[in-house]
Design a protein around this ligand. Structure first.
Ligand SMILES: *[C@@H]1O[C@H](CO)[C@@H](O)[C@H](O)[C@H]1NC(C)=O
Length: 300
C-alpha cells in the first residue's frame, strides 16, 4: 500500500502543475515556472516577458495556420542534397551582418505569419544584393485575403501572394496591428512600389532547411506553441509543461549545437524583451519546428 502511494505521489509530482486552457487562466503560472526550472536545465523559464498574461491574449500571439490539406511544392534539390553536409553551426547574423533586420513586435494581432514572411523576404532581398529594405507585414494583413489578417494565416499562402501580387515597403504601409482594407496608395510615405518573390517552396526536413538557409538566407518556420514557450528566456527550448495553445510562425536564421543537442535559431516577433533579445533556440524536431518551413527567392 505504501509503495503504491509512493508511486502515485511520484507520478503526481512529475506531471507538474495542472493545465488550465480557459480564456481567463494565466498562460504560465508561477508554479509552472518553478516546475520547468526544476525538472530540466536545457532552458530557463521566467515571468520576464509573459507576466500574468491570460490564455486569451496568449492565443493572439500565435495565430498561424500550420498546414493546409493542399500539397504545396516542396523545394526540389535534385541530387544536390546528396553532396551537402551542413556545418555544425550557422548564424545568418554573422554571415550577413547588415541584412538581418531588427526584431519587431506584432502586438495584439495574430499576424505572426505576415511578420515571418515579410521579414524573411526583406533579409533575402538584401542578401541577394538587392536593396536593404523593410517590407510591410501590414500589407499582407490587409491585402492577402486568402488568409485572415489579424485572425491568423498560413505561411505558404503569404509567400504565394508575395510571388503573384507582391508586397510594399513598411514605410509605405506602416504596421497598425489592426485589420483594414487593402490600401490603393501609401498610408505612410512614398509610392506604392511592389517587391516580389520569384518562387514559393516548402521545406520539410532539417537537411533541406539547412541547405536553404545557407544558400539563400532566413526562412519562415512553423511550430506548435505550448504554454511553457511563453516563459522562455534563454537556452535551448524543449517542450516541458503545458497544453497546446496554437501554431506560430517565426523567422528561422540558423542552427547550432549545445552538448549533443542540435538546435535552431529563430527570430520571434514578440519584441526584444522576449527570449534572448527577441531570439530563441529550439531543439531539432521539437513541436514540428523543422517539418514545415516556407521561403522563396526575392526578385531583385
Ligand atoms: C492576388 O490578388 C488578387 C486580388 O486581390 C486575389 O484575388 C488573388 O487571390 C491573389 N493571389 C494570390 C496567389 O494570393
Amino acid at each position: 500500500m505504501k509503495a503504491i502511494l509512493f508511486v502515485a505521489l511520484i507520478l503526481y509530482v512529475n506531471a507538474g502543475p495542472s493545465i488550465n486552457l480557459a480564456d481567463h487562466a494565466e498562460v504560465v503560472p508561477q508554479e509552472a515556472i518553478d516546475y520547468i526550472n526544476s525538472v530540466q536545465n536545457s532552458w530557463v523559464a521566467s515571468k520576464q516577458w509573459v507576466g500574468s498574461m491570460t490564455m486569451k491574449n496568449a492565443r493572439v500571439f500565435a495565430s498561424s495556420i500550420f498546414k493546409l490539406d493542399t500539397d504545396y511544392p516542396e523545394k526540389n534539390w535534385g541530387s544536390l542534397l546528396d553532396y551537402f553536409t551542413a556545418p555544425s553551426s550557422f548564424d545568418s547574423r554573422t554571415q550577413w551582418p547588415n541584412c538581418i533586420h531588427p526584431i519587431r513586435d506584432q502586438g495584439q494581432c495574430g499576424s505572426c505569419w505576415a511578420f515571418a514572411a515579410s521579414e524573411a523576404l526583406s533579409d533575402r532581398l538584401c542578401i541577394a544584393k538587392g536593396p536593404n529594405v523593410v517590407l510591410s507585414p501590414q500589407w499582407l494583413v490587409n491585402c492577402e485575403t486568402n488568409n485572415k489578417g489579424c485572425g491568423g494565416g498560413n505561411s505558404y499562402l503569404a509567400w504565394n501572394y508575395m510571388m503573384v501580387n507582391g508586397t510594399v515597403l513598411d514605410s509605405c504601409v506602416p504596421y497598425t496591428a489592426e485589420d483594414g482594407n487593402c490600401p490603393t496608395s501609401c498610408t505612410g510615405t512614398g509610392t506604392l512600389t511592389k517587391y516580389y518573390a520569384t518562387s514559393a517552396n516548402i521545406f520539410t526536413n532539417p537537411t533541406s532547411i539547412q541547405a536553404e538557409i545557407l544558400t539563400n538566407g532566413p526562412v519562415e518556420a512553423n511550430f506548435m506553441v505550448y504554454q511553457d514557450f511563453y516563459s522562455y528566456i534563454s537556452g535551448v527550448y524543449v517542450h516541458t509543461w503545458g497544453g497546446e495553445v496554437r501554431a506560430h510562425s517565426v523567422k528561422m536564421i540558423g542552427w547550432g549545437i549545445s552538448g549533443l543537442q542540435k538546435y535552431w535559431i529563430c527570430a520571434n516577433s514578440w519584441g526584444t524583451s522576449f527570449g534572448m533579445q527577441g531570439y530563441f533556440q529550439i531543439a531539432f524536431s521539437q513541436c514540428g519546428i523543422d517539418t514545415y518551413c516556407v521561403a522563396g527567392n526575392p526578385k531583385v
